[in-house]
Design a protein around this ligand. Structure first.
Ligand code: PHE
Length: 442
C-alpha cells in the first residue's frame, strides 16, 4: 500500500468546488424536490436544514479530517490512523461507493437522454409522459447512456486530481449556478408561480410526521455525499494550510443553495401546470416534461434543465468513482489510467443489470417484489451510507486522537463538534439505520 509517493493536491478553491460538485447532484435536483413534495413542503425543508447542521456538517468535517491526516483512500487512511481493524471497516465505504456509482450512472444517463429529447423536440411529441418514461427506462437504451456517463467520468479521472477533477468542477460549478439562476427566474416569472413558492417556503408544521424527520436525515447524508468515503478520498488531496472548518461551512452552504434553487425551479413550474408535488420519483422525468411542454420555449428550458441535471450528476459521479480508483491505485499499485479503466469498466458492468431490471422483461432481475436497481439503491443509500457514517462518528469521536489538531478548530468549536460526533450524530444515524432496515417502524 502507499505506492504513490507524491500525492496530487487541490488548490483551496479547487477543493471547495470539487466538494460542492460531489455534494450537488441528482440528490438535490431529482430526489430533494420529490421527497419535499411528499413529506411536508417547507416544513420538511427546515427539518432538512437542522439535520445538515446537527449531523451532516459534523460528519463532513470528520471525513475531511480523516482523509487529510491519513492521506489516502478510506481503507489506507483509517488503517493509518486507527490500525488494521479500522482499515477493514474503511473497506465498507469503498464497497458502498462502488455500489452507488453503478446505479447512479444509470440515472445520470437518463438525464442525458432527456436533454437530447428535449432539444430535438421529440420529448413533446407525446402527451403520455409517464408511458414515455417507463418505455425508456425499461428498454436497452439506458445502457448506452450509462456507458457515455462512465466514459466522461473516466476521462476526467484519468486526467488526474488537478487537471481533471479540479478543472472540470471549476468550470461546471459556476456554470451550474448561472443555469439554475436563469431557470429559477424563468420559473418564478410564470403567472401563478406564487403558489409553488409558498408550498416550498411557507412552513406548515402540521404536515410533518416522524417519518419526515428520518427521511430528512437520510437526505442530509446522501446529498452531502457522506458515508461513502468520497470526502475522505477528496480530503487526502487537501493542502495542510486549508481551513477544514471553513471548507465544511462553504460546502454545506453551497449544497443548500443548490437545493433551494432547484426547489424554486421545480415547485412553481409544477404548480402552475397543475401537477401534484407528491408525484414521487417520476417527478422530474414525468411531471417536468409535461410542464415544459406547456411552456413557451419549453424545449430550450427543458433541455437546459436536463443538461444541468446531467452535469450535476457527473460531478458527483466523479467523486464516487474516485474512491474506488484511489483504493485500486494504493492497494494494487496500479497507475491512475489503468486503475480508472478497470474500475470504470467493472462499475459499468455492475450497472447493466441494474439498468435492465426496471423494464420487467427480465424476470430474474426482479426479486422480493423489487427490481435489482431498487435493491442496490436500498443497500447503498439506506444501509451502507448510515452504517459508514456511524462507524466514522465512533472512530473520530472516540478512537482517533488527532482530530482536534487536524481539524484546526478553536477549542470551543472543537468541543461542540466532538459533542455532536459523540452523542448527537450517532444516535440520530442509528435511528435512521434501524428505520431503514425495518427494525423500528413508525
Ligand atoms: N451527493 C450526491 C447527490 O446529491 C450523491 C452522492 C451520494 C455522491 C453518495 C457521493 C456519495 O446526488
Amino acid at each position: 500500500m502507499g505506492k504513490n509517493k507524491k500525492k496530487e493536491q487541490f488548490t483551496s478553491v479547487g477543493f471547495i468546488m470539487a466538494a460542492i460538485g460531489s455534494a450537488v447532484g441528482l440528490g438535490n435536483m431529482w430526489k430533494f424536490p420529490y421527497i419535499t413534495g411528499i413529506y411536508g413542503g417547507a416544513a420538511f425543508f427546515i427539518l432538512f436544514l437542522f439535520c445538515l447542521l446537527l449531523v451532516g456538517l459534523p460528519i463532513l468535517l470528520a471525513e475531511m479530517s480523516v482523509g487529510r491526516a491519513g492521506r489516502g483512500n478510506p481503507v489506507a487512511s483509517m488503517m493509518k490512523l486507527g490500525g488494521k481493524k479500522w482499515g477493514a471497516l474503511g473497506f465498507l465505504s469503498v464497497a458502498g461507493s462502488f455500489l452507488i456509482m453503478s446505479f447512479y450512472g444509470v440515472v445520470a444517463g437518463w438525464t442525458l437522454h432527456y436533454a437530447l429529447l428535449s432539444f430535438t423536440g421529440d420529448l413533446f411529441s407525446t402527451n403520455d409522459f409517464s408511458g414515455l418514461y417507463k418505455d425508456f427506462i425499461g428498454g436497452w437504451m439506458p445502457i448506452g447512456w450509462q456507458f457515455i456517463v462512465m466514459l466522461i467520468t473516466a476521462y476526467v479521472l484519468i486526467k488526474g486530481v488537478s487537471s481533471g477533477i479540479e478543472r472540470f468542477n471549476k468550470i461546471l460549478i459556476p456554470g451550474l449556478v448561472i443555469l439554475l439562476v436563469l431557470l429559477a427566474i424563468q420559473a418564478l416569472s410564470l403567472p401563478g408561480a406564487g403558489q409553488g413558492v409558498s408550498f416550498f417556503l411557507k412552513p406548515d408544521f402540521s404536515k410533518l410526521t416522524a417519518e419526515s424527520a428520518l427521511v430528512a436525515l437520510g437526505q442530509a447524508f446522501f446529498s452531502m455525499s457522506l458515508g461513502m468515503g468520497t470526502m475522505i478520498t477528496y480530503g487526502a488531496y487537501v493542502q495542510k494550510s486549508q481551513s477544514l472548518g471553513g471548507a465544511t461551512v462553504a460546502v454545506g452552504l453551497g449544497n443548500v443553495l443548490y437545493a433551494l434553487l432547484a426547489g424554486l425551479i421545480i415547485f412553481p413550474t409544477i404548480f402552475v401546470y397543475g401537477i401534484e408535488p407528491s408525484e414521487g420519483p417520476g417527478l422530474v422525468f414525468i411531471a417536468l416534461p409535461a410542464a415544459f411542454s406547456a411552456m413557451p420555449l419549453g424545449a430550450i428550458f427543458g433541455g437546459l434543465f436536463f443538461v444541468l441535471l446531467a452535469f450535476a450528476a457527473i460531478t458527483s459521479a466523479i467523486s464516487v468513482l474516485e474512491v474506488s480508483v484511489a483504493f485500486a491505485m494504493d492497494y494494487f499499485g496500479w497507475k491512475r489510467p489503468m486503475a480508472v479503466i478497470i474500475v470504470a469498466s467493472l462499475c459499468f458492468l455492475a450497472g447493466v443489470p441494474a439498468a435492465l431490471s426496471l423494464g420487467g422483461q427480465l424476470d430474474w432481475l426482479v426479486f422480493g417484489g423489487k427490481p435489482l436497481f431498487d435493491w442496490m439503491d436500498f443497500l447503498g443509500t439506506n444501509i451502507l451510507l448510515p452504517l459508514n457514517g456511524l462507524i466514522l462518528t465512533i472512530f473520530v469521536g472516540f478512537v482517533w486522537k488527532g482530530a482536534a489538531e487536524e481539524s484546526g478548530l478553536t477549542s470551543m468549536w472543537f468541543r461542540i463538534w466532538l459533542f455532536m460526533l459523540r452523542f448527537v450524530a450517532p444516535i440520530l444515524v442509528l435511528l435512521v439505520l434501524l428505520y431503514s432496515t425495518g427494525i423500528i417502524k413508525l
